[in-house]
Design a protein around this ligand. Structure first.
Ligand SMILES: NC(=O)c1ccc[n+]([C@@H]2O[C@H](COP(=O)([O-])OP(=O)(O)OC[C@H]3O[C@@H](n4cnc5c(N)ncnc54)[C@H](O)[C@@H]3O)[C@@H](O)[C@H]2O)c1
Ligand SMILES: [Zn+2]
Ligand SMILES: [Zn+2]
Length: 361
């Protein structure tokens, strides 16, 4: 059997997305069909539409989602129909070298659904990050479903599926932020703000938010920044040093993805401090730094894919903290929109008006 559902498709480079009917197959072995309840609009969806990721149009966009398992394929026991799940793009294989070494968060053979979703004329769709959740239903690998407490709001929970997890994880997993640390976050969109929230969760004493937009600095305060710096109005490296007794921060998280902000992060950390790059650069970007400074300043220069998260470990824990009132995921939901408003949400994202627009079904 197949399912005909409405979905948001990007048909060609730079062209506005369109609302289409797509065909979703019933789940086969190792697969689950998920009825989507909410899906956030992430910068990466826009990257796909602009042809910035690859040329495999048409794309089925959307990947920050939560929903309910409708049916599962033969032999599936990990999730069952009725389970409330957050979708992830790190369904670990358990067999690659990283998994076998006990580091599944670096798995390099992650699973997606084997069967293809298609347009009504049979054209195969490429689901964004192997998910494709701007759709009433989507087909994923079972490992892409992480069961969490049904009491959580779907709009908030779904955000853990990508950007918010990337930010929180950049602080708590990659950056190893600890109690009493000083942390600076450069770029306070959804990802940077999540890094701020993560730093607070980990017990950081000083959390400095840096952005070029005062509106973003206001929301950064709401999610836990103790200080803010508008880097249009002065040198952010100097400002961060001043706020940290002249030393620089223990951990600086770059959540923009540009060489100039990376350099700021590099010089705004204390000696032997850590830089975490979670912002995603484009292929033409280059970084130039004195190698002596890389050596002389010591410490660690790291990048963070998906916050080095392990969905089965991190999602249920973070949802529990959310339900206890210790992690305000609702603060990341700027607005809820309908499925046909994704294009408008891209414009608002571009204008810096939102942390996250979330499609609710
Ligand atoms: N590593 C991962 O796994 C992962 C996952 C999701 C997103 N991302 C990436 O994280 C980055 C941020 O994503 P987002 O959703 O928060 O985007 P966003 O557009 O909402 O936020 C970017 C923020 O950076 C600010 N900014 C822009 N230029 C700046 C500058 N020169 N100095 C200081 N601030 C500046 C903007 O004002 C904005 O607040 C993107 O590059 C995105 O692709 C990475
Ligand atoms: Zn693996
Ligand atoms: Zn994303």
């Amino acid at each position: 059997m197949t399912h005909q559902v409405r979905a948001v498709v990007a048909r060609g480079k730079g062209a506005p997305v369109s609302l289409e009917t797509i065909i979703v197959p019933d789940p086969g072995p190792g697969e689950a069909l998920v009825k989507i309840e909410a899906c956030g609009v992430c910068h990466t969806d826009l990257h796909y539409r602009e042809g910035g990721i690859n040329d495999d149009f048409p794309f089925l966009l959307g990947h920050e989602a939560a929903g309910v398992v409708e049916s599962v394929g033969e032999g599936v026991t990990d999730v069952a129909p009725g389970d409330f799940v957050i979708l992830n793009w790190r369904a670990v294989c358990g067999q690659c070298r990283a998994c076998l070494r006990g580091r599944p968060q670096y798995c390099f053979n992650t699973h997606n659904a084997k069967q293809k979703m298609t347009l009504t004329d049979g054209t195969e769709l490429s689901p964004a990050l192997g998910i494709g959740a701007f759709a009433e239903k989507t087909l994923v690998a079972v490992g892409q479903c992480t069961k969490v407490d049904r009491a959580a709001s779907a709009a908030a929970a779904g955000l853990l599926g990508c950007g918010v997890m990337a930010g929180i994880g950049a602080a708590i997993n990659t950056g190893n932020v600890g109690r009493g640390d000083s942390v600076a976050v450069i770029g306070c969109g959804g990802v940077g703000d999540a890094a701020i929230a993560g730093a607070r969760l980990a017990g950081a004493a000083t959390v400095i938010a840096v952005d070029i937009d005062d509106r973003k600095l206001e929301t950064a305060k709401k999610v836990g920044a103790t200080h803010t710096v508008n880097s249009k109005q002065g040198d952010p490296v100097e400002a961060i040093r001043e706020l940290t007794g002249g030393f620089g921060a223990d951990v600086v998280i770059e959540a923009v993805g540009r060489p100039e902000t990376y350099k700021q992060a590099f010089y705004a950390r204390d000696l032997a401090g850590t830089v975490v790059l979670v912002g995603v650069p484009t292929p033409e970007m280059k970084l130039e730094l004195p190698l002596l400074d890389v050596f002389g300043r010591g410490g660690a220069l790291k990048s963070s894919w998906y916050g080095d998260c392990l969905p089965s470990r991190d999602f249920p824990m973070l949802i529990d903290l959310y339900l206890q009132g210790r992690l305000d995921l609702d603060a990341f939901v700027t607005e809820t929109i309908a499925l046909d408003e994704v294009e408008k949400a891209f414009e608002r994202m571009h204008g810096g008006d939102v942390l996250r627009s979330v499609v609710v079904f």
